[in-house]
Write a protein that binds this ligand. Structure first.
Ligand code: NAD
Ligand code: TYD
Length: 350
């Protein structure tokens, strides 16, 4: 079959990547979508059951740090575009084991950039689109927002590795005229998120009647965006964003951690027909995260004005949908919380 575009999506078996792949494979049957993923603890091919048999979808089990394998996969498919999501993504793991973050997030990104530079000329048909985070901008006080021109000030090994990869992507755009785009998004939530991150961890712990660990006083603020809205924004930036530009993506949806946990407890109690307040009794304040950033908040004016992006769901509705998905997919949670997860949990939460 002659495909209109051949797109490499890295990290497609993870949380956000699987939403992007499901959307692109179904929406663009004339594009070939190749998912390249190492399948770390965070990668799960079951996330892609819905599209696995589509003729425009292929999977390659490859580590982005394997230079030879990357070279041969580029020769095999002759990609015209890359959407790069593969990364080590959890801040707490980056604090206890930074090395993997440097290797995958920085060196792995460098390998992909080199593969594109060596394969592509300066054609307008090519695009290296790097998916990044608002955490590269550091931490806000009580007021203010991150814009695309906010100075980088990463403060965790995770955000430092993502900031470094952003700089490399821009440097390849500037130095080698590689056609690059970057977007920096706020915290995502939704189905298929690994339960090390706050929202699925709280849902899983309520289901198992385990303590709900809130770091410090629970006063840190995050700006939450439904993962499907992030996938929509990625589609927009990929097709309509200007080459060489950066777009901030966010949901105008700031919550302190403790208010978010209260809201989740109340939704869960209602859905599980618990007594009112049962889940709130499980809340346990634990030692704060080292170097815990106080507040993230995105100014998304640029993507809204230039590309017409708008989040589609309000948070209450998005959280209800998210909780419903985890309740309907308990076997998914059970599968990913065996073995290594138990060791991680014991070690991290002592
Ligand atoms: P995730 O941890 O759920 O998934 C990461 C995926 O990358 C997994 O499928 C994993 O197997 C794969 N991977 C890891 N190392 C690899 C390697 N060396 N080679 C090939 N594949 C590898 O992450 P996520 O939350 O879906 O995040 C995806 C991207 O979006 C990341 O780049 C992250 O920095 C960025 N991001 C995430 C958020 C968020 O809230 N989760 C917000 C903004 C940006
Ligand atoms: P997380 O989901 O790890 O995302 P990020 O660190 O990238 O923002 O954490 C979201 C917020 O929740 C963050 O302020 C840390 C806090 N948190 C807890 O209070 N308890 C937990 O067990 C976890 C995992 C996070």
């Amino acid at each position: 079959m002659n495909f209109k575009k051949k797109i490499l999506i890295t990290g497609g078996a993870g949380f956000i990547g699987s939403h992007v792949i499901r959307k692109m494979v179904k929406k663009y049957p004339d594009y070939l979508i190749v998912n390249l993923d190492k399948l770390t603890y965070a990668g799960n091919l079951n996330n892609l059951n819905e599209i696995v048999n589509h003729v425009n979808y292929k999977f390659e089990n490859i580590d982005i740090n394997n230079v030879k394998a990357i070279d041969s996969v580029f020769k095999k498919y002759l990609f015209d575009s890359v959407i790069h999501l593969a990364a080590e993504s959890h801040v707490d793991r980056s604090i206890s084991n930074p090395d993997d973050f440097i290797i995958t997030n920085i060196l792995g990104t460098l390998n992909l950039l080199n593969a594109c530079k060596d394969t592509w000329g300066n054609s307008d048909n090519n695009c290296f689109y790097h998916i990044s985070t608002d955490e590269v901008y550091g931490s806000l006080g009580e007021t203010g927002f991150f814009t695309e021109s906010t100075s980088y000030d990463p403060r965790s090994p995770y955000s430092a590795s993502k900031a470094s990869s952003d700089h490399l992507v821009r440097a390849y755009g500037h130095t080698y005229s590689l056609p690059v785009k970057i977007s920096n998004c706020s915290n995502n939530y939704g189905s298929h998120q690994f339960p090390e991150k706050l929202i699925p961890l709280i849902i899983n712990n309520i289901l198992n009647k385990k303590p709900l660990p809130v770091y410090g006083k629970g006063e840190n603020v995050r700006d939450w965006l439904w993962v499907e809205d992030h996938a929509n924004a990625i589609d927009l930036v990929f097709h309509k964003g200007k080459t060489g530009e950066t777009y901030n993506i966010g949901g105008h949806n700031e919550w302190t951690n403790i208010d978010l946990v209260y809201l989740l407890c109340d939704i869960m109690d209602r859905k599980l027909s618990n007594n009112e307040g049962d889940s709130r009794k499980l809340i346990t304040y634990v030692k704060d995260r080292a170097g815990h950033d106080l507040r993230y908040a995105i100014d998304a004016t640029k993507i809204e004005k230039e590309l017409g992006f708008k989040p589609s769901l309000n948070f209450q509705v998005g959280l209800e949908k998210t909780v419903d998905w985890y309740l309907d997919n308990k076997s998914w949670l059970d599968d990913v919380t065996t073995g290594n997860y138990q060791n991680y949990y014991k070690q991290h939460y002592k």
